[in-house]
Design a binder for this molecule. Structure first.
Ligand SMILES: C[S@@+](CC[C@H](N)C(=O)[O-])C[C@H]1O[C@@H](n2cnc3c(N)ncnc32)[C@H](O)[C@@H]1O
Ligand code: SF4
Length: 451
C-alpha cells in the first residue's frame, strides 16, 4: 500500500486533533485555577530561577479574514493606550509577587499586532518591564511583526528597547490568495521590513507561512517559498491553515469551496518542505524549519527542543509568565490563563486583582503524559530510561502505552528497549499518535484538522 493510502487508512484526512502546544490543551482548562492559585505559584518560583515573559497585544488595525488569533480591530489609539496602562499595572502586580533574584531571560511580544503600538508606547512598555523585573543581560527579546504595520520609527524603538529576534507574518505571496484571505501584503513590503530589521542588528528572523490556503496549489506554494528564500529567514514556521469559522467568525468570509482537500494539503506541505530541505534548512518538529546554525536547529540536534504556546522553541525555562488578555502562564504546578475578553481582563486588573480566568492544576499522570507528548512532537520519540528516571511510573505501564500506539498505527511507530519511535513515514500522523497519550476527552470542534 502506498504512503497516501496508508495515511488515509489511519484517518489522517478526517481527524481533528489538538496542536499540543500544551498538555492538556487549553480547551481542557477549567475554573480550578484562580488568582490565588496563580499568586501562590508565582511566590513559589525558586530564588534565582530564570523565567520567560509573554505579553499579548490583542489589537489589529485591520483584521485578516483567515486569522484565528485572539485579537480585535481598533480604529484609534485610545483603546490601545488604555490597554497599555492596564498591562503596566499587571506588570507591577506580578513584580510584587516575584521572589527575590528571579531573572527574566526571555521576553516575547505577540498578538494580535504588537507593532501597532506607537514608538512611544513601545518604549514605555519596555521601560516598565525592565524597571519592574530584573532582566538578564543576555535576555532574548522577540516581537511578532506585521510588515504592513511597521515603519522606521517603530523599528528604531524596538531595537533601542533591546529586541534581538523578530517573527514576521508572511502567509503567502500570491495576490489572488491574499485577496481571498483578506490580507494584502506585497513582497516589497515584506522585504523592506526584513531589510529594516537586519539593518538595526536583528540577527535572527523567523517567518510564518501557511499551507492549505484557498486556491493554493503546489506551483503557488513553490513560488511563495522561493520568494521567501530570497529573504533568507533563519527560521520558518509552515503552519497548516486552520479553518475553524465556528470559532473564528471572520473566516466565514472565506468560501469553503476554495479550500484544498486534506490530501492536497499534504501535497502542499510536502512541496514546501522539500524546497526548504533542498535549500539546506533542517526540519524541526512537525512544522518548522531552521538554518543549521540557528539555535532552534542546535536545540533539536542536542535534544533540547521544546514546545510551548508559540510553537517550537529552545527556551528551557519551566516558568512562563503570560501577561495581557487571554495570555497563558505555565508553571511546574500547572497553567493559569488570564480572562480572554479584553474588557474582563482590564476590569480585573484595574480593580487590583490578578486577571486569572481559568487554567489547569497538574494531577495524576499529567506531567508524565505532557512529557511524552512534548517528546513526540519535538523528537518523534519517547525515551523509556528518561521517563523512569523522572517520573513514578513502571516499565510495564509504559510498555502498555507503547503497545497501544503500535496496535493503532502498525508500520508507523516502532518500539524497542529504548522506548517508542515514530518512523519517517508516520511523521504526518504525529498529532494523532500524541493524541493516544492524551487522557482527556476531546471535543473535535475545538481543534483543527490533523494535516
Ligand atoms: C498571531 S499572528 C500575529 C502576526 C502578526 N499580527 C501578523 O499578522 O504578521 C501569528 C501567526 O499566526 C498564524 N495564524 C493566524 N491564523 C491562523 C490560522 N487560521 N491557521 C493557522 N495559522 C494561523 C499566522 O501565520 C500568523 O503569522
Ligand atoms: S494575522 Fe496578524 S494582522 Fe492579521 S488579524 Fe491576525 S493578528 Fe491581526
Amino acid at each position: 500500500m502506498d504512503q497516501l493510502s496508508q495515511l488515509r487508512r489511519f484517518g489522517l484526512f478526517d481527524a481533528k486533533v489538538p496542536r499540543y502546544t500544551s498538555y492538556p490543551p487549553a480547551t481542557r482548562f477549567s475554573n480550578d485555577v484562580t488568582g490565588d492559585t496563580y499568586a501562590n505559584w508565582i511566590r513559589a518560583i525558586p530564588q534565582g530561577r530564570r523565567v520567560s515573559v509573554y505579553i499579548h497585544v490583542p489589537f489589529c488595525r485591520r483584521l485578516c479574514w483567515f486569522c484565528a488569533c485572539r485579537t480585535q480591530g481598533m480604529r484609534t489609539d485610545k483603546p490601545v493606550r488604555a490597554y497599555l496602562a492596564t498591562l503596566k499595572q499587571e506588570i507591577d502586580s506580578i513584580a510584587r509577587l516575584l521572589p527575590p533574584g528571579v531573572v527574566v531571560s526571555r521576553i516575547h511580544w505577540g498578538g494580535g499586532t504588537p507593532t501597532l503600538l506607537g514608538p512611544d508606547m513601545m518604549t514605555d512598555l519596555a521601560r516598565t518591564l525592565h524597571s519592574a523585573f530584573p532582566v538578564a543581560d543576555d535576555a532574548e527579546f522577540s516581537v511578532e511583526i506585521d510588515p504592513n504595520e511597521i515603519d522606521a520609527a517603530r523599528m528604531d524603538a524596538l531595537a533601542a528597547a533591546g529586541m534581538n529576534r523578530a517573527s514576521i507574518g508572511v502567509q503567502d505571496f500570491n495576490p489572488e490568495i491574499q485577496q481571498i484571505i483578506g490580507r494584502l501584503q506585497t513582497y516589497e513590503v515584506t522585504r523592506d521590513a526584513v531589510e529594516g530589521l537586519r539593518a538595526r542588528g536583528i540577527t535572527s528572523l523567523n517567518a510564518d507561512i501557511l499551507f492549505g490556503l484557498p486556491k493554493q496549489s503546489p506551483a503557488r506554494i513553490s513560488d511563495t517559498v522561493q520568494m521567501l528564500l530570497t529573504l533568507a529567514p533563519d527560521r520558518v514556521a509552515l503552519y497548516g491553515y486552520a479553518h475553524v469559522p465556528w470559532m473564528a467568525k471572520r473566516q466565514a468570509m472565506i468560501p469553503t469551496e476554495t479550500l484544498p482537500k486534506p490530501e492536497e494539503r499534504l501535497a502542499l506541505f510536502d512541496t514546501a518542505r522539500r524546497l526548504f530541505m533542498w535549500d539546506g534548512y533542517a526540519d524541526i518538529g512537525i512544522d518548522h524549519f531552521a538554518r543549521p546554525d540557528d539555535a532552534l536547529a542546535r536545540a533539536q540536534s542536542t535534544g533540547h527542543l521544546r514546545r510551548n504556546f508559540q510553537g517550537y522553541t529552545d527556551d528551557s525555562c519551566d516558568v512562563l509568565l503570560g501577561l495581557g488578555a487571554s495570555s497563558i502562564s505555565r508553571f511546574p504546578q500547572g497553567y493559569a490563563q488570564n480572562a480572554s475578553g479584553t474588557a474582563d481582563y482590564q476590569r480585573a486588573v484595574r480593580g487590583g486583582d490578578l486577571a486569572t480566568g481559568r487554567g489547569h492544576v497538574f494531577k495524576d499522570q499529567d506531567r508524565l503524559r505532557a512529557r511524552m507528548i512534548e517528546a513526540l512532537m519535538c523528537d518523534f520519540r519517547v525515551d523509556t530510561a528518561e521517563l523512569l528516571r523522572d517520573f513514578t511510573v513502571t516499565a510495564a505501564t509504559l510498555d502498555a502505552l507503547y503497545t497501544q500506539a503500535v496496535n493503532a498505527f502498525p508500520g508507523m511507530v516502532r518500539t524497542d528497549a529504548n522506548g517508542l519511535e515514530i518512523l519517517p513515514e508516520g511523521k504526518p500522523l504525529t498529532r494523532m499518535i500524541a493524541r493516544l497519550f492524551d487522557a482527556y476527552d476531546m471535543h473535535a470542534a475545538g481543534h483543527s484538522s490533523a494535516i
